[in-house]
Design a protein around this ligand. Sequence first.
Ligand code: SF4
Ligand code: SF4
Length: 192
Amino acid sequence: MCSSTTDGMVGSKEDGMSLCLSCGICCDGALFGCVPIGNADSLAAMEAAAIEVLVLDGQSQFKQPCPAYSCKGCRIYADRPASCREFCCKLLAEYEGGKISMLVAREKIKQAGSLRDSLLETLRRIDPALSGRSLAELWKQWDSAAKGAEGLVFRQKFGYVLMQMAALRRFFDRHFIAQAFPRGDDSEGTRN
Ligand code: SF4
Ligand code: SF4
């Protein structure tokens, strides 16, 4: 395990937790569309947090934004599913591995939050119901709707939103997902 140093360049697990508390991007639907559930995960804890478990494509999972997430963190932290427990984004891995400082990590989280909030505001203006959905799921749907000749009208109408979505995805790919990713892969918008 890494340990803190006075230069702040090597992050402790405790500081990593405080980083996550200021972020929440892997729980609020911005980064992922859903979370897979395993046999050993506590269904009682999820039920208590009003998490609805679905079986999609033969995989038990729940949709994000996660009902257990609040600005104070995960309400079922001690009993969170294994995929949540095991997940570590690139930013957190780089911080805990001493590759980036707390200051840099916090700045990236701030930038990601700003891109996310700006996109949510755009979506809210189009339809208030859209802003309550997972941005990761919306990205997949809108990207698909905008493809090819059939997507021309959609692109003309919502090109400015697609550009905002693409900017957010690029930022996530670069700072939260890209390169060697030790415990997951979001290529399908899930934690599988
Ligand atoms: S995206 Fe990374 S830094 Fe943010 S809460 Fe998840 S693991 Fe923590
Ligand atoms: S269960 Fe907890 S850690 Fe998992 S997605 Fe929900 S809020 Fe995040």
